[in-house]
Write a protein that binds this ligand. Structure first.
Ligand code: NDP
Ligand code: ZN
Length: 354
């Protein structure tokens, strides 16, 4: 069958010809419909993130997928059900406390593999197999944009964890700022627009730009970080109750604390490489303490967040989904889906349709 991946000897993303997988007990066989490409895939292709499955000279890419059950294989799923797979799996098939609790997203390094990212094949192939309890059913009507459930689930978890930290007191947030105008940032901006009176989104691009058009359309205020640094937000606009960092730009982790209003919370999601820079640690420490501020890190998501993401996707307006998904191509034209210029927001490889 056709697949898309990387090889130990090769360079860049490649078309592969691999055996169709056979489901083992408890697994279903899924016919792949669509698979999204994101920043993580680019990092895996560049070799700066992730790693090959043991004993394999290649890795099939792709962790943002939607497919349709081809063979339920007695797993409890029926053929024809549209499903979205979660990403983390048990390392070497051996379970541990995190998987037993249904919280693989909380497992530390080494206690999981991630399909299409580290240690396990992804979903960018005509078919894949997966345990039934890692396949989240979605309505057929959402199949077209089902590959967005995974990135939305990342934001569901981050928001859930961040807001939970404010539960012990009466928190009445009004303003939120998303750092980053990539897919994760824009999806989150829409989500926050439901609950916050005022939203901001920080980027570093000139107009005209398709991501800034979306920010405008959402009624959010675009902030150019080249003119207004994140720590200057309180002076230029307002100190915000919530910051959602989705840039991977390491200084933002520190600047977030200064952008927050008293009692605010910041969620960090970016994954930068090593980066040394000077900070005033004393002021940072004092600011967090004296204003009851909170900074959390969050990665990945589990089934509960995928289920919440399905509901969120169902609410998203068509214009937003159309504008976010900038490229849909078959595997023969995969280069277009992996194009990474300013016109591309979300590239998608389509293997089949319902
Ligand atoms: P993208 O690369 O699509 O988006 C990142 C965005 O941040 C880009 O639009 C980029 O702008 C912008 N940006 C970078 N630096 C700055 C800056 N200094 N000022 C303003 N804007 C800036 O990635 P995603 O949206 O897919 O993901 C966002 C981040 O979250 C990435 O770091 C990714 O690795 C991480 N991530 C984390 C997950 C988790 O579980 N924690 C899951 C998925 C992603 P431009 O394009 O103009 O350069
Ligand atoms: Zn992703």
């Amino acid at each position: 069958m056709k697949a898309i991946g990387v090889t130990r000897e090769g360079e860049g993303v490649e078309r592969l010809d691999v055996e169709r997988p056979v489901p083992t007990e408890g697994e279903a066989l899924v016919r792949t419909l669509r698979v999204g490409v994101d920043g993580t895939d680019h990092e895996v292709v560049a070799g700066s993130h992730g790693g090959y499955p043991e004993d394999s000279d290649h890795m099939i890419l792709g962790h943002e997928a939607v497919g349709v059950v081809e063979d339920g294989n007695g797993s409890g799923l029926e053929a024809g059900q549209v499903v979205v797979p979660t990403v983390r799996r048990k390392p070497n098939g051996e379970t541990n406390e995190y998987f037993r609790r249904g919280e693989p997203d909380m497992a530390p390094d080494g206690e999981y593999v991630e399909r299409g990212i580290v240690g396990d094949h992804g979903f960018m192939a005509e078919y894949f197999t997966s345990p039934a309890d890692t396949l989240v059913p979605i309505p057929e009507a959402l199949a077209e944009y089902g590959m967005l459930v995974e990135p939305i689930s990342i934001a569901e978890k981050a928001n859930d964890h961040a807001f939970s930290t404010r539960e012990p007191f009466e928190w009445r947030p009004e303003s939120a700022c998303v750092l980053g105008n990539g897919t994760l940032g824009l999806l989150t901006l829409w989500m926050l627009g439901r609950d916050f009176d005022r939203t901001y989104c920080v980027g570093r691009r000139d107009r005209p730009d398709p991501t800034i058009d979306i920010i405008d359309e959402l009624g959010a205020t675009y902030v150019d970080s080249r003119e207004t640094s994140v720590e200057a937000l309180p002076d230029a606009h307002e100190a915000v109750d919530y910051v959602f960092e989705a840039t991977g730009y390491a200084p933002h982790a520190v600047q977030t604390v200064h952008a927050l209003a008293p009692n605010g919370v910041g969620a960090l999601l970016g994954i930068p490489g090593p980066w040394e820079f000077e900070i005033d640690g004393g002021t940072l420490h004092k600011e967090i303490v004296l204003h009851n501020k909170c900074l959390i890190g969050t990665v990945n998501s589990h089934v509960k967040h995928f289920e919440a993401a399905v509901d969120t996707l169902a609410e998203m307006p068509d214009w937003l989904l159309d504008d976010l998904v900038t490229t849909v191509v078959g595997p023969e034209n995969l280069e277009a889906a992996f194009e990474d210029d300013d016109d591309q927001i979300k590239g998608v490889v389509e293997f089949d349709t319902l």
